[in-house]
Design a protein around this ligand. Structure first.
Ligand code: GTP
Length: 300
């Protein structure tokens, strides 16, 4: 599925409650992909929405932890949010232009200074302010932080949202399409996790294992200790491919697991336990049910 010069990456959205994060996502994604989370999570990241075009894909992450103070003693953001913000390609910092600059925004700006990721300031709700008020407002925010870009929008009216998306794309590296174009699901993370595992295998085994392998997330649940337990099955077509993926005394599979686990932890923002299985499924590509389970469509 890899397209030439396709760009992709993760972008975190931060902003205090009510600034319009969900409204922006709804506008960007439209009704095409309904993203729902299993349960409300206060510190774990979740995928807010996935925006896909011909040549780029942006996976928007919600980063709730930035608002949570680590302890009563300090204002340091929690480790999850810190790791996420350090790993993504860009951060969208949404503010409410009609409310103006307040303590909540100052707090977030302070947290953002702890990471080096480019931050795009998004002034939302410009439909609610007089045009003359915009520049002085931008000046106030500029004093807080050295933003990579500043984009005024109205998420509700859709004003300037395309400009924002263009700006975001400037910060994406070349990368795979993590997520199918037209998938409607309540488990968006699973596609990305499967793709991350697949990517590691292809990268590590190079030419020896063809692109026909598939990865399926069989089970994913949060344990009582907060660790997310993920069971993934790697489907291959031949025993020889199974041998290559497992490697000598399991060394290859172990390395795949190690590298994938890093990426998945960064994505979810929580500790994970990744269980990998390799199964030979002859000619799996022709089996309708398997295809459906894997999230492919007939015409894909
Ligand atoms: N006038 C105007 N209202 C907006 C705009 N964007 C969002 N709103 C309104 O602001 C309110 C909050 O929007 P949400 O999208 O729910 O905000 P949120 O940041 O997702 O809020 P939390 O989920 O609490 O973090 C809603 O009533 C929206 O209709 C905008 O561009 N203009």
């Amino acid at each position: 599925m890899a397209k030439k010069h396709f760009k992709s990456g993760f972008v975190a959205i931060v902003g205090r409650p009510n600034v319009g994060k969900s409204t922006l996502m709804n506008h960007v994604i439209g009704q095409k992909i309904a993203i729902m989370s299993d349960k409300p999570q206060t510190t774990r990241n979740k995928i807010h929405g996935v925006y896909t075009t011909e040549d780029a894909q942006i996976v928007f992450l919600d980063t709730p932890g930035i608002h949570k103070r680590q302890s009563k003693l300090g204002d340091y953001m929690n480790q999850t949010a810190f790791n996420t913000l350090g790993e993504v390609e860009a951060v969208l910092f949404l503010i409410d232009a009609a409310e103006g600059l307040g303590g909540g925004d100052r707090f977030i700006a302070e947290q953002l200074k702890q990471v080096k990721t480019p931050v795009i300031l998004v002034l939302n709700k410009i439909d609610r302010i007089e045009p003359e008020a915009l520049l002085p407002l931008i000046e106030q925010y500029r004093k807080l932080y050295d933003f990579a870009e500043i984009v005024p929008i109205s998420a509700k009216m859709g004003n300037n949202v395309n400009t924002l998306l263009d700006q975001v794309q400037k910060y994406l590296p070349e990368g795979p399409q993590y997520y199918p174009d037209d998938q409607i699901t309540d488990h968006p993370e699973q596609f990305v996790i499967a793709e991350l595992v697949r990517e590691k295998i292809l990268h590590m085994t190079r030419e020896e294992v063809p692109h026909s392998i598939a990865v399926m997330i069989e089970d994913m649940k949060v344990q009582e200790n907060g660790v997310v337990h993920i069971m993934a099955v790697i489907f291959v077509e031949r025993d020889s491919q199974k041998g290559i993926i497992i490697g000598k005394q399991g060394a290859m599979l172990k390395e795949v697991g190690k590298q994938a686990r890093q990426d998945i932890q960064n994505l979810l923002g929580s500790k994970i336990f990744l269980e990998l299985w390799v199964k030979v499924k002859k000619d799996w590509r022709n089996q309708e049910r398997v295809l459906r389970d894997l999230g492919f469509h007939r015409d894909a």
